[in-house]
Design a protein around this ligand. Structure first.
Ligand code: PLP
Length: 395
């Protein structure tokens, strides 16, 4: 029987059965519109408020500071465009990093074309932003700092609390894309001085097409969507009730089980990294060795293409990723791997394997058994490898 091992949890996750079970009644039976005054509407309103309470509790935020969106991308767009537009009287300068998700980077580029100025901070070889660089980049006309909590490609976790402290001292709004961090890292928006935070359902075993933006009370933020008075007049459109219920449940489960899940992920992650290092030469780990998401493995294999590796693994039933899912299909190497200083060649030879709660020791055994012969075969076909290493007897 062909084995099937999913190692692409940073791209998306399965919706958990408990999450789906909570969502289902809201399609057929409890289908009211929360804006309606009658009992159907009131039921729906009560249900989304319960979900809002769950998300707020997970972040140590207030109930009225959570706004549901159509996913992580919308939350990022809203935070950045919303703060930029609402605070133009203060200035039109934004600070971000070179390794953000495209939902942040392309939003910043959009604003640059419309008269805003953006500073893209570099990162070190582990993918860390230096808080001192953030401080130095702040100008009198800076309205927003947007630095992701944890990177989707290399898993590096940023010094968010230190950046938040600087932002607060300087009176600049601080947004963080926490789509990858949520449920795997303790987050306290007050302790960390975060003003806006994006999260998404489908990266944490919830449904796709739902997310949320935390907005600190008093933050000046222009709406992205105009229309009805939903979400306290800040995000128009009839609410995605089943999605919201699913997101609330997914966040709740993630934090209830975080310690146990993280221990499991860490153990499998380190087995995988060490196992590959033992079995294959000329491999490097990308990202930070310790300040790293518990389920993230990102490695560069010299002499070969990540894409070829990916396809060969797929034929053996192993689903991984090279670069990020959003850029696969294009031949440009990942902007994140280039930003940590990899050459184009090394970046092209990279493979991301992101573990999830359902992965087992057997999955790791299977990868450790399957990957080395694939690498060996691909290297033997590489002219550079043959030239430098003389071929065989080598993995
Ligand atoms: C997946 C992801 C997003 C986009 O979220 P969607 O819900 O898919 O729109 C944004 N930022 C990061 C870091 C992500 O990993």
């Amino acid at each position: 029987m062909k084995k099937s091992v999913y190692l692409d949890h940073a791209a998306t996750t399965n919706t958990k059965k408990e999450v789906l079970d909570e969502m289902l009644p809201y399609f057929v039976e409890e289908y009211g519109n929360p804006s309606s005054i009658h009992s159907y509407g009131r039921q729906a309103k009560k249900a989304i408020d319960k979900a809002r309470e769950k998300v707020a509790r997970a972040l140590n935020a207030r109930f009225e500071e959570i706004f549901f969106t159509g996913g992580g991308t919308e939350a990022d767009n809203w935070a950045i465009k919303g703060v930029a537009l609402a605070n133009q009287n203060k200035g039109k300068h934004i600070i971000t990093s070179a390794i953000e998700h495209h939902a942040v980077l392309f939003t910043c580029e959009y604003l640059e074309k419309r008269g805003f100025e953006v500073t893209y901070l570099p990162v070190d070889s582990y993918g860390l932003v230096d808080p001192k660089e953030v401080e130095k980049a702040i100008r009198p006309d800076t309205s927003l700092i947007s630095i992701m909590f944890a990177n989707n490609e290399i898993g590096t976790i940023q010094p968010i609390k230190e950046i938040g402290k600087i932002a607060k001292e300087k009176g600049v709004y601080f947004h963080t894309d926490a789509v990858q961090a949520i449920g795997q890292v303790d987050i306290d928006v007050n302790d960390m001085n975060i003003d806006l935070l994006s999260l998404s359902g489908h990266k944490i075993y919830g449904p796709k097409g739902i997310g949320a933006l935390y907005v600190r009370k008093g933050t000046r933020l222009t709406p992205l969507l105009h229309g009805g008075t939903q979400e306290r007049n800040r995000r128009a459109g009839t609410e995605n009730i089943p999605g919201i219920i699913g997101l609330g449940k997914a966040v709740e489960i993630a934090y209830e089980n975080m310690e146990k899940n993280n221990q499991h992920l860490l153990r499998l992650r380190d087995r995988l990294i060490e196992g590959i290092m033992e079995r294959i030469e000329d491999v490097t780990l990308n990202g930070h060795p310790t300040s790293r998401l518990p389920g993230n493995v990102n490695m560069s294999f010299r002499y070969i293409e990540g894409e070829s590796l990916l396809l060969s693994l797929d034929m053996k039933g192993i689903a991984a990723s090279s670069g990020s899912a959003c850029t696969s299909g294009s031949l440009d190497p990942s902007h994140v791997l280039l930003a940590i200083g990899l050459s184009h060649e090394t970046a092209h030879g990279s493979l991301r394997m992101t573990l999830g709660d359902d992965n087992t020791d057997e999955d790791i055994d299977y990868v450790l058994e399957t990957l080395p012969p694939i690498v060996k075969r691909l290297r033997e076909m590489s002219p550079l490898f043959v030239q430098e290493k003389g071929g065989y007897q080598y993995v």
